[in-house]
Every structure is written in C-alpha cells, then in structure tokens.
Design a protein around this ligand. Structure first.
Ligand code: FAD
Length: 366
C-alpha cells in the first residue's frame, strides 16, 4: 500500500445495468482496442529525475454517496449535485443528467450553476442543451479545481460505503453510471482528450461487467507484471486538463456567462437573480450547506514526463499508472480527513518506489 488506502482496489461494482436515461442524438461507439502485445509491454521509466510535478487534491467524499436532490429556497428551486468522492469525472454526465431532470421540468428563464469543476460544467452543458441560458458562479475556474487533479480513469470507484447508502441512492447511481458511460463514448477523440486504453488490474477474476468490456483473467505468462493475478479490460481515460478547457469553451460558445464569485450560504444563494440554481460546489458544499458528512479524501500523485509508447494502464497494490499525453500519472493515496493540498514528500517517495519496483520487475522476453 502507498501512503494510505490505495484508491483503485478493491473495485466495487454492480453487475446489473440500470434503466437507461435518454441520451439524445447518439449511438455508442465501439471501443478501440489499443494495439498492445499481451506478454510484453513497454516499461514505464520511473525515476525521481523524470518527475515533472507532484500534486495533492481533495476528493469530495461522502460515505452515503453523492447528493442529487432538489429543495425549495424561498420562491427558487435549488438542486444539488455534489459529493462524488473518487468518481466525479466518471459519474459527471450521469449525475448532471439526474440533476437537470430534477430541476428543469416546469422551469422558464435563466439558470444559475454554482461551481466550474466537472460537475458544474457538465450540468451547465445539459441545461444549455435543453435550451436555457446559463450563468456559472464560481469561486475558482479550471485549472484551480479538484477536477483538474483527477487521474481521469473512467471507473466508479471510491465514492460511497456499501452499508451507508439507500436503495433509492443505488437506483440513482446505476442510472448515472449508465448515462455517463454512454455520454463519454461520444466524446472520444483528441478534442476532448478522451481515449480507450487497456487496463491491467491486479486481483482475482471478477464477474463480468458491461463497464469493463473485454475483461479476461491473464495467465502469468501472458503479462509482464511481477504480480500473481491480473485482469485486463478496456476503459476510457480522460485527460482532465484538456477536457475541462474544452467544456468551458463549449459552455461559452453556447452563450454561457461565467462570474467569479464565492457564495457563502443558502441566504446568499437566495439573492441570485435566477430562480433555478444548481449547486455543484464539490467539497465546498460542506461549508456552504453545513453538510458535515462531506469529507476530504486526499489523493497524492507524482507525474512523470510523458512516454507516448506506453498505451496501457495498471492498477494494483503498487498504486496506479495512467499514461496521458500530458504525463504519466502515478497514484495514489486515499486519505480521509486530510485537508492539506501540499504533497507529502515521504508519500510521493513511496509512490515512486512502489512503481519502480513494479516496472523494474517486468519479465519480458529479451
Ligand atoms: C488525486 C485524485 C485522483 C482522482 N482520480 C479520479 C479518476 O481517475 N476518476 C474519477 O472519476 N474521479 C477521480 N477523482 C475524483 C474527482 O476529481 C472528483 O470527484 C471531481 O473532480 C469532483 O468534481 P466537482 O465538480 O464536484 O468538484 P470540483 O472540481 O472541486 O469543483 C467545485 C467547483 O465549485 C467551486 N466552489 C466551491 N465552493 C464554492 C462556493 N462556496 N461558491 C462558489 N463556487 C464554489 C470551486 O471553485 C470549483 O469551481 C480524483 C480526485 C483526486 C484528488
């Protein structure tokens, strides 16, 4: 383990796909399988002098799961969409869809969205797609959001405790996961920085899931990793910096306005001119709403210089490795109630050491 609880294992999943939410005007694309040889893969070159940056971000974690619900705020409607833990990129389109569907029916006029992380931007886009003008009010813009720090694997991980969620929440979760899965597929490409990659996940064979297409348990001779058991499947990876830049452009191209403003509480929200408000403030909702169930789960990353030949990801006891055009992301930690966003030298050193051992132990034919 690396500096706390590794945030990729064990993976929680539910086999049954939910009733699908409507995804207008699209058909799912077929995963493009990256051309990698199974037995031998290019090694990631892990050394301290290849680190281009280190970073720590605070996941907005709730054991009870994300909050998507509507409440009355005087004569206004306030719809919440926050608390996605380690799965906010993954679930973004899905919970934005749920939130929009709660808020928009019967509404007329302009709409406010609070926050410009992945939740605020996705929610704003869906509101615009439904034909409403949007103003985003936000304390900070990308790149200064948690969403920019995310590693970017499409993987609904680390966002609830099994025993703390309700059956009603699970219904929301399944619907959100399914919509997001299909929405990201139509964004694959250079413009949004979304691509399919094979993941090698350390662990025992698992039940099939529609969200891990092509999954197979690899025999020891079929992979180079110095670990006992590996499953290989495909998923999408999101280059978060590029993705969020493009989403902001999309919002602005559709006529959206962006105002830098920090909202203190419900009383201040009630002073906004819009009568429909979407709260997408991530961890900011703790102070703004007094939701003490919302806690930081810090994640620390070491980013290495890009290695374009590496076109596979790894998750396991060593941590995780996500190759992106802007760098090789090595994670990671999942540290509850740690508020500091300063990377801890000893934790970063452990992340580097575990990955150096992993890739140094590759057994490829010469
Ligand atoms: C190290 C790390 C790795 C991760 N890896 C992944 C991954 O691989 N896959 C994945 O799906 N997820 C991952 N995540 C989780 C993901 O980053 C979060 O779940 C997601 O970014 C939350 O998005 P958000 O829009 O709710 O919050 P944020 O990105 O924090 O955005 C909140 C916005 O609200 C604004 N705001 C806050 N308070 C106020 C206020 N009072 N008034 C006005 N504006 C306010 C902020 O300025 C910001 O613009 C990772 C997170 C970390 C830290």
């Amino acid at each position: 383990m690396v500096g706390g609880v590794i945030d990729t294992l064990p993976r929680r999943h539910f086999v049954a796909a939910s009733a699908a939410l409507a995804l207008p005007g699209c058909a799912a694309t077929t995963p493009r399988i990256a051309p990698v040889a199974l037995a031998c893969l290019p090694r990631v070159n892990v050394s301290a002098d290849r680190v281009i940056r280190t970073v720590a971000g605070l996941r907005p974690y709730r054991a009870q799961g994300f909050v998507v619900r509507a409440e009355a705020l005087g004569d206004k409607r306030l719809v919440h969409n926050y608390g996605h833990g380690g799965a906010g990129i993954t679930l973004s389109w899905g919970t934005a869809r749920l939130a929009a569907d709660l808020g928009l029916p019967g509404h007329s006029g302009a709409v406010a969205v609070i926050g410009s992380g992945v939740m605020g931007l996705s929610t704003a886009r869906l509101v615009q797609e439904a034909g409403f003008p949007v103003t985003i009010y936000t304390a900070a813009l990308p790149p200064d959001t948690t969403s920019n720090i995310a590693g970017g694997e499409w993987s609904p991980y680390g966002h609830f405790e099994r025993d703390a969620v309700t059956p009603e929440w699970r219904v929301q979760y399944r619907a959100a996961r399914d919509y997001s899965w299909r929405r990201f597929q139509i964004m694959v490409g250079e413009d949004y920085g979304v691509r399919w990659l094979p993941v090698h996940a350390e662990g025992a064979p698992r039940a099939a899931s529609p969200y891990r297409p092509g999954e197979q348990a690899l025999a020891p001779g079929d992979h180079p990793f110095p670990v006992e058991r590996v499953n290989r499947f495909e998923t999408m990876f999101i280059e978060t910096g590029r993705y969020l830049r493009q989403l902001i452009r999309d919002v602005q191209m559709a006529g959206g306005a962006v105002r830098i403003r920090k909202l203190a509480d419900r009383a201040e929200l009630a002073t906004l001119p819009e009568t429909l408000i979407f709260n997408c403030t991530g961890l900011g909702s703790r102070a703004m709403l007094g939701d003490m169930d919302l806690r930081p789960a810090r994640g620390q990353l070491a980013v290495l210089a890009p290695q374009p030949d590496v076109r596979y990801a790894f998750t396991g006891n060593a941590g995780y490795m996500f190759p992106r055009p802007d760098g090789i992301i090595l994670g990671g930690t999942f540290e509850l109630d740690q508020w500091s966003t300063a990377p801890v030298e000893a934790d970063i050193a452990r992340i580097l050491a575990s990955h150096r051992a992993l890739f140094g132990g590759f057994h490829c034919p010469a």
